[in-house]
Design a protein around this ligand. Sequence first.
Ligand code: AMP
Ligand code: ZN
Length: 463
Amino acid sequence: MLKVYNTLSRKKEQFKEISDGEVSMYSCGPTVYNYAHIGNLRTYVFMDLLRRVLAYDGYKINGVMNITDVGHLTNDADDGEDKMDKTAKATGKTPREIAEYYTDVFMSDLAKINIATPEIVAKATEHIDDMINYVVRLVEEGYAYEISDGIYFDISKFPKYGQLSRLNLDEQIAGARVVVNTEKRNPQDFAVWKKADPSHIQQWESPWGMGYPGWHIECSAMSQKYLGDQFDIHTGGVDHIPVHHENELAQNEALTKGKCVDYWMHGEFMLVDNGKMSKSLGNTYTISQLEGMGYSPLVFRYFCLNAHYRKKLNFTFEGLDAAKVSYERLCALISAQSRGLALVSRETLASYKTEFDNAVKDDVNIPMALGVLWKMVKEPLCSDVYRLALEMDKIFGLSLDNVEEYLDSIREEVPQNIASLADARIQAKAEKNWAEADRIRGEIVALGYNVLDKKDGYDIKKI
Ligand code: AMP
Ligand code: ZN
């Protein structure tokens, strides 16, 4: 029985799908005007883990992720600059060139950290007509109205406004996300369509003249188009709860009159040195930067798996180093298990499997599941342990079926003279000249290396 925490009810609930054996899931994707940082990527690791747990539980997943390549303002209050527009003007590139470049990098980052791309990836710019139709319907039904700079959603027409964030309207105003616009009917009314001035680069024809969509309408229009009026799961980072998802929910339910999403699920933030991650502080790392510093993207994934998705995760290089050491140890143990000939009883293995299943089905408790894996790999070396570890890795996504590749990649370059000595030692052993083999070992150690015998040769490590 799978349980998930639903932000809407603030409770762990038993998961029940709408359509038997299938899960429809929408995930807010990136705004592609810049590189995704490791905080953004944590949210997609969460999306991926959830998808893997659902697949492990036997569900067929119909997942949609959007790519925001238009109209995400620098300020949620509808008065900031358009991020794509701003970057285009600053770089002299077209918004399309910018979006394509950063989308490609994002997709390759996902692949590097073993995040499978959702079944449908929907670009906002390819769905402008759907968005315009959506706004037309909102206007027709009286939920949206036109003022001089755009079309706005009238929150007073949707009495349940605020149900997701549980903020009352005064608190939202106090949150300073809402600017006063004298033409708006209510201070919290938000733009569903903005009229564009001629200098704005991305703009489309609409019943209200040239303009561009509001950010929230993108996700409403695309989720409804691909998943229908009601779908199972919607994911995103916690920052989306009070504005983006609250507004998305209002738009959807205004039109459908019913529930639009059964389970709203949000990933907590990644912090850096216990503080906010931000460009101005120079602490937003990308996967490529970490790679450049010698950290495999899978080490980053392993780092993320150590915290439950609803807990803040503090990024430090000490933490990442610890993850690197643990991941290497795990790979070495998995490698040893794969060649193991010992016996571990069926009951023991079954109890690990049960413990693992219970953890992942309890609101995707990956840290607990990882604890089970660690306990298991310390059993006597046994290929059945290895097989069960690979089964578990369907969720962890740590490439445990390919640990040799990782171990090879981190093996140090051994200086030629040390390698020659080690070869000479193997030769001496083959000739059963134990005294000579020991003498050479002593020489190797004196030069600062350790030689460890393996079934198929030797391993050399710096002391
Ligand atoms: P954006 O491209 O700004 O729309 O962000 C993409 C995703 O990353 C969204 O789901 C955000 O909620 C999420 N996000 C942004 N900053 C962080 C962070 N520091 N930690 C975790 N997730 C984040
Ligand atoms: Zn969204």
